[in-house]
Design a binder for this molecule. Structure first.
Ligand SMILES: Cc1ncc(COP(=O)(O)O)c(C=O)c1O
Length: 473
């Protein structure tokens, strides 16, 4: 920008405000990194720049000296101070603005974020900070903080029937799946069976770890164990409440799966997905409790508190323990979680949210009336089957234009199948149930029109915002 130094446009070029030399250092650094001040550009003498910027000469000499020390500028006696940084211009784009949240959210995946126990969490953090010895503020222990590990082991034994005294802390189920799959890959495994339909994020985690995922169908009893191909020796399952079909792995299939693992000398990764929420009976205990040598138990607080905490756990069979490596979430959060479980806050939170989700599920079922629904009375989602031939893609677009977020079951399959939607009610406001279902029902009615002969044009009209508006009036 050679012209910049010949007239007094430096005050325009450099956005400098605030006391001391730091703002000028920062403004010059940005101008150099972004390429506005190119390699070789001569900067004005300190007296001149100070005049232009209405600051003291000391500020400019300090800023120049700092940037010379950092290598952005070079100063030679008898010559101008010049830019000497020749890195590529900073291309970092500002982060994209957050997507506007839908007015009505029927997407699966989140618990009720309004219910996060903020006050209790603040209290737990405060308590931890008041008592934690300074010696525990050093490098975080591998596998997680011993206190949370011990408390979680007790919790999982008591609540999930797990057989363990050794729990390791990780950042969540996805992270745990990645860690275990990496260990499997290193041990020579090449494939892993996954449920179809299934939660594709864990499929991707397994692939990142180097394994090929092999989808195996799920029916009304859960994973079809007999369909696991001969050479496969590892599997990821959601026995307590399959995602997204909502079925519970039957007692027969549980026994069959454990027998399979022994026979092939394999490993079962049990994603204990939303097992805390069962509304018609006590939740089924873990598979891990039935065979701790063949099952890795994985869980997290993503469905009970919030995925933003990034706290999860895995219980690994003794033979695999030293092979599974990873890092844990921040120690202070781990200790807050330990405190929250220990003083009964977590149990109370689960009792409260269980009642809330149960009531919301009932309200949703009532509003959906005679619609074809499937899935156990559990968790945070259910399946809505729509008439064969209905375009779920059109239905989703129709709803989106009216502020309702819907998710297609096909999102969780390796190839399209019978049309259905996965309705997640975890994060749907109680007050929004009726309105959300009203939009969904009108969509089901209107989008069905597309199936009539010549109906394609009707769809185009329905999806036109002006026509939509007219139709609403
Ligand atoms: C089937 C299933 N398992 C586990 C999780 C939780 O994963 P994470 O602990 O990685 O957030 C989710 C979250 O959506 C899920 O759908």
């Amino acid at each position: 920008m050679p012209g910049a130094q010949t007239n007094s446009s430096w005050d325009v070029l450099l956005d400098v405000s605030g006391p001391g030399a730091d703002p000028l250092v920062s403004a010059l650094r940005t101008a150099i990194r972004s390429g506005v001040l190119a390699q070789g550009t001569a900067l004005p003498p300190s007296r001149k720049l100070a005049e232009d910027l209405s600051c003291s000469r000391w500020v400019v000499t300090q800023a120049y000296a700092q940037l010379v020390a950092e290598g952005y500028l070079v100063a030679r006696t008898g010559s101008a101070t010049r830019v000497r940084w020749s890195g590529s211009p900073d291309q970092t784009k500002p982060p994209a603005p957050a997507k506007k949240a839908p007015r009505y959210d029927l997407a699966p995946g989140l618990p009720d974020l309004r219910a996060f126990p903020r006050k209790r969490w603040v209290d737990a953090i405060r308590e931890v900070l008041a008592v934690v010895p300074h010696t525990e503020l050093g490098v975080p222990p591998a596998g997680g903080h011993p206190k949370l590990r011990a408390i979680l082991a007790g919790y999982l034994r008591r609540v999930r029937g797990a057989a363990t005294d050794d729990v390791r802390i990780c950042a969540g189920v996805t992270d745990g799946v990645f860690m275990v799959c990496r260990a499997l890959h290193e041990a020579g495994f090449t494939q892993i069976a996954v449920e179809e339909p299934g939660w594709t994020r864990v499929w991707r985690a397994a692939e990142r770890a180097g394994l090929e995922v092999v989808p195996v169908a799920v029916d009304e009893e859960g994973l079809r164990v007999k369909d696991i191909p001969g050479k496969v020796r590892a599997v990821i399952v959601t026995p307590a409440h399959q995602f997204p079909s909502g079925v519970v792995l039957s007692a027969g299939r549980r026994a069959e799966l454990l027998a399979w693992a022994r026979e092939v000398d394999g490993l079962i990764l049990e994603d204990d997905y939303d097992a805390e929420f069962r509304y018609d009976r006590k939740p089924i205990g873990t598979l891990q409790g039935m065979d701790p040598h063949r099952v890795v138990l994985l869980g997290s607080v993503s469905k009970t508190l919030s995925p933003a905490l990034g706290i999860g756990w895995c219980v690994v069979p003794p033979l695999w323990r030293h092979k599974v490596q990873g890092s844990a979430p921040p120690v202070l959060d781990q200790l807050a979680m330990a405190e929250f479980i220990e003083d009964g806050g977590y149990d109370r939170h689960l009792r409260k949210t269980r009642l809330r989700y149960r009531a919301r599920r009932d309200a949703l079922l009532k509003a959906l009336g005679g619609a074809k629904i499937s899935g156990a009375a559990a968790g945070l989602h259910l399946l809505l089957h729509v008439e064969p031939g209905t375009s779920t893609r059109m239905l989703i677009r129709y709803a989106e234009r009216r502020g309702l977020k819907l998710v297609d079951l096909d999102t969780y399959r390796s190839s399209p199948g019978e049309p259905a939607l996965v309705l997640g009610y975890g994060n749907l406001a109680d007050t929004a149930v009726t309105e959300a279902v009203k939009i969904l029902r009108s969509g089901l009615r209107d989008v069905e029109v597309v199936r009539e002969p010549g109906g394609e044009r009707d769809v185009a009209l329905h999806l036109d915002p002006a026509a939509d508006e007219q139709q609403r009036r």
